[in-house]
Design a protein around this ligand. Structure first.
Ligand code: GAF
Length: 385
């Protein structure tokens, strides 16, 4: 897939030669996993894998979408906007619905979209689609919504049309991404700071397990509930606690005996992870890649043992990375139960690492992983051709 084939398809289907062109990337996350919906801190970045959209208005009061990757056409009258049985269409319809709820009057829109963000790999292809379509509508109809409003609408689209009660990290990182910069985001205040990703001598390698276990969204929503139940207990002692962001290890340990054992471990992980994000930001800005790597490794252990969102396949890749001389940090990335590990690897050992991980994963699971080199790139934007 390239942008000229999407543009060609747009012309074929809708007869428009020069539609609006929007690029919306995937994201990685250096550290800060499952902290966003606990009002905590995250450290993601937008990448050089993206979904591209061509878009134009139609005067037929129709949503007409073509998914290049699924090779499927979808059509719905604008006045009948509601959740569809076609799951890919929901990521666009959910965004349209948010515009409607903010009082914008929608008319017909024609869209072709597709790209190279692998689905189910934990690189947030869904948020890339939501953000991209948010920008498409904003531009085509001149709705004048700000970037942050588009981020919030994209997040709500995921809640209401995809049923995943996600935090704000993915949509934020994808909208605000900048070349060569990761974003340290405070998910409560939405204050953010960019940090130059200067991994001199190292590169980021993603190893994709190619599995996505079916419990992803139910387990995700379940983790949110467990965190909330920890907050409800701690609140009885410190009413100012409204999210795990407000708790610290001492307070948690003081009330450990009163907590359900599982809830305690979920809270412990989140409280520790928030502290790790702060440390990682400091380490990266000081060029201390070894420290960043060590923190990532701790994160994986917490996600595996306390938060329990890893899986056999991710652990196999993590263990291999741990044993490989030349990997300075490794961990599962994203919501969990499949998807990728993110690895920081010495440049001159990267090829050997990729080959070794592929061979080991094949031998242990019988499946071939996908390996991606990623670069940090700009967030969602309209492209002038
Ligand atoms: C998914 C969610 F969409 C994010 O909001 C975040 O919670 C992440 O899992 C885990 O850190 O990508």
């Amino acid at each position: 897939m390239n942008t000229s084939s999407i543009r060609q398809k747009h012309k074929e289907l809708f007869g428009i030669k020069e539609p609006l062109l929007v690029r919306s990337p995937g994201r990685i996350n250096l550290i800060g996993e499952h902290t966003d919906y606990n009002d905590g801190f995250v450290f993601p970045a937008a990448i050089d894998k993206a979904i591209w959209f061509t878009a134009s208005r139609n005067d037929k009061k129709l949503f007409r979408f073509f998914s290049f990757d699924f090779d499927e056409y979808f059509e719905l009258p604008v006045d009948e906007l509601s959740i569809s049985k076609v799951s890919w269409a929901n990521y666009l319809l959910g965004v349209a619905d948010q515009y409607k709820k903010r009082g914008h009057s929608l008319s017909g829109v024609d869209v072709v979209f597709g790209g190279d963000i692998p689905v189910g790999a934990g690189l947030s292809s869904s948020a890339a689609v939501e953000n991209g379509f948010a920008l498409v509508l904003n531009k085509l109809f001149d709705f004048q919504e700000s970037k942050i409003e588009m981020v919030k609408m994209a997040q709500k689209a995921e809640h209401e049309y995809a049923g995943v009660m996600c935090g704000i990290m993915d949509q934020f990182a994808i909208m605000f991404g900048k070349k060569q910069q990761a974003i340290r985001l405070d998910c409560r205040t939405l204050d953010y700071e960019y940090a130059n990703i200067n991994l001199t001598g190292y590169q980021i390698v993603l190893c994709d397990t190619k599995v996505k276990h079916s419990l992803v969204s139910s387990a995700y929503n379940q983790r949110r509930k467990e965190c909330e139940s920890g907050v409800n207990l701690l609140k009885q002692y410190k009413p100012e606690i409204t999210a795990l962001r407000d708790a610290d290890p001492d307070l948690l340990n003081k009330h450990k005996a009163e907590m359900d054992e599982v809830v305690y471990r979920r809270c412990k992980y989140v409280v520790e992870e928030n502290l790790r994000v702060m440390e990682a930001f400091k380490a990266l800005t000081q060029g201390n890649i070894a420290k960043l790597g060590a923190l990532m490794t701790e994160t994986h252990k917490g996600l595996r043992d306390d938060f329990e969102v890893s899986c056999k396949e991710l652990d196999i890749l993590f263990d291999f990375a741990q044993s490989f001389d030349g990997v300075i940090g490794s961990r599962m990335m994203g919501g969990g139960f499949g998807g990728c590990t993110i690895n920081i690897v010495e440049n001159d050992k990267a090829e050997a690492f990729k080959n070794g991980a592929t061979k080991h994963y094949k031998q242990t699971t019988g499946n071939t992983p996908s390996i991606y080199d990623v670069k940090i790139m700009e967030g969602t934007n309209a492209v002038i051709i």
